[in-house]
Design a protein around this ligand. Structure first.
Ligand SMILES: [Mn+2]
Length: 343
């Protein structure tokens, strides 16, 4: 079915007041119109997707499919594999590897990708796409698409995805809600971060009302690891350094290889390191499979690590951000300290 999008877009929408969206009405209208006219829509989220990136994308994918659209979805990793933590998400049959992605989509949508670079192997496809709708909540988003649906006050891209689904005339079902909920809990740190507004809890209420299992989702996302993770975590914590308000550590490829642990399993280490009472800022350097350092940073609120990471070629939020470093651990940390001193 093809909903009468103009009619729907013209109506005042209750969901709008819930999120206090910064997206202009005209932008929503244009997105609904572009989607209404498209037969096939190509979705992409950022490389090494997290719950918000993949969850938002798949949720919108479900909604588009129910409108009768052909949907392909992907992310531009060289090693195309859904992170273990996210394999419980429904809708993965929509995923195609980057090599099977349309070379020049007529309509493309990106999810939670703050920069063009974050599209990885799908950058060329994006550059050739006729229209690119960018859904995101990163304040650093450079607006690389032809249409921006960007709201930096939103706690997660999932909040924008929910809005879009309503505006397309879609409704929440359990599959959509599971995907959106994964995005919401991931990006709010289980409703602990300062981004957890009343609108976040209200949205969570709407999602939980579909009957999804919050306990099972929480266990999948937060409460399980292979045994090797404990050993790698122990090595990382053992070499943690505390220096004037900064706590940092690193994890090498060798650490992981000894335990057969994939890179994606390192995601949670920063959440343990950042507990340090004596530190305002936490940093974890994670060596990826190419030998580069993926730098995860967290702030308790005073320091803007988003600005620090942006200065170092990455991006993110005030309290949570990251970048890639091609230097040694020592040089990476020296550069980080230097930039941190400026903010
Ligand atoms: Mn996000």
């Amino acid at each position: 079915m093809t909903p009468d999008v103009r009619d729907r877009a013209g109506r005042p929408h209750r969901a709008n007041s819930r999120t206090g969206t910064a997206v202009p009405e005209a932008a929503w209208d244009r997105a609904v119109r572009l989607i209404g006219q498209a037969e096939e829509i190509a979705l992409a989220c950022h490389v090494t997707p997290d719950g918000d990136a993949l969850g938002s994308m798949l949720a919108v994918g479900f909604a588009l499919r129910s409108m009768g659209k052909r949907v392909v979805a992907s992310f531009g990793d060289h090693h195309f594999v859904v992170p273990r933590l996210l394999r419980f998400l429904p809708g993965q049959e929509m995923l195609v590897p980057p090599e099977d992605y349309p070379a020049a989509p007529s309509l493309m949508m990106t999810f939670d990708a703050s920069t063009f670079e974050r599209l990885g192997l799908l950058r060329d496809n994006t550059a050739r796409a006729r229209e690119v709708i960018v859904l995101d909540h990163h304040p650093s988003n450079e607006g690389f698409g032809t249409l921006s649906l960007i709201d930096s006050t939103a706690a997660a891209t999932a909040m924008l995805a929910e809005q879009l689904i309503y505006r397309l005339g879609g409704r929440l079902d359990r599959d959509i809600a599971t995907c959106l909920y994964a995005g919401l809990v991931t990006d709010t740190g289980s409703f602990r971060h300062s981004s957890t507004t009343p609108a976040v809890h209200q949205m969570a209420g709407r999602l939980v009302a579909t009957g999804l299992r919050t306990d099972e989702i929480a266990r999948e996302l937060w409460d399980r690891s292979p045994f090797g993770y404990l050993k790698v975590l122990a090595a990382a914590l053992d070499r943690a350094v505390l220096e004037s308000g900064l706590v940092w550590t690193y994890v090498t490829r060798v650490d992981r290889a000894a335990q057969g642990l994939p890179y994606a399993e390192l995601e949670g280490i920063i959440d343990i390191v950042r507990r340090t009472d004596e530190a305002e800022v936490a940093v974890v350097l994670k060596e990826d499979d190419h030998g580069h350092w993926q730098v995860s940073t967290r702030s308790k609120g005073k320091a803007d690590v988003g600005a620090v990471c942006a200065a170092l070629g990455g991006g993110g939020h005030h309290n949570a951000a990251g970048y890639t470093s091609y230097d040694s651990v020592e040089k990476t940390m020296a550069a980080f300290r230097r930039e941190l001193g400026k903010v």
